[in-house]
Write a protein that binds this ligand. Structure first.
Ligand code: ZN
Length: 132
């Protein structure tokens, strides 16, 4: 596994894009809406990893709920795997609680699945695999 990206929940994507562009001294390379998740995302390449900013597109979005509860900030860590189906199976057998038992389409041309933070020391973990 390698750290693919860190997801950060923000209230205002446009403002945060400007902020992180100044911080990294580079522009975000894409903006993408994932309707099924109720989020609009933008991506920054930072060295070998990426930063994903996430803004809620409706009040029922998991990002809206997260910000209501905890405020803006680090939302999840995403690890790239070679075979997401295998990893879901392996981690389920190891006793981890998966939010998605079957991978779903995520942003940035990936299949993704989240682990429940209950089973990972309260860190929301995303597994992702490039669709190629
Ligand atoms: Zn992510």
């Amino acid at each position: 596994m390698k750290l693919e990206h860190i997801g950060i929940a923000v209230k205002n994507l446009e403002q945060s894009n400007t902020l992180f562009e100044t911080l990294f001294n580079s522009k975000h390379y894409k903006v993408e809406e994932v309707e099924s998740e109720g989020v609009k995302t933008s991506f920054f390449q930072v060295g070998e990893s990426k930063i994903e900013l996430l803004e809620a597109t409706n009040p029922d979005s998991p990002i809206a709920k997260f910000i209501d509860k905890k405020g803006e900030g680090i939302h999840h860590l995403a690890f790239e795997v070679e075979d997401i189906d295998y990893e879901i199976d392996r981690l389920t057998k190891e006793g981890f609680q998966l939010i998605h038992q079957t991978p779903k389409d995520g942003a940035d041309n990936k299949r993704i699945a989240f682990l429940h933070p209950k089973s990972t020391n309260s860190v929301l973990v995303e597994l992702c695999q490039d669709k190629g």
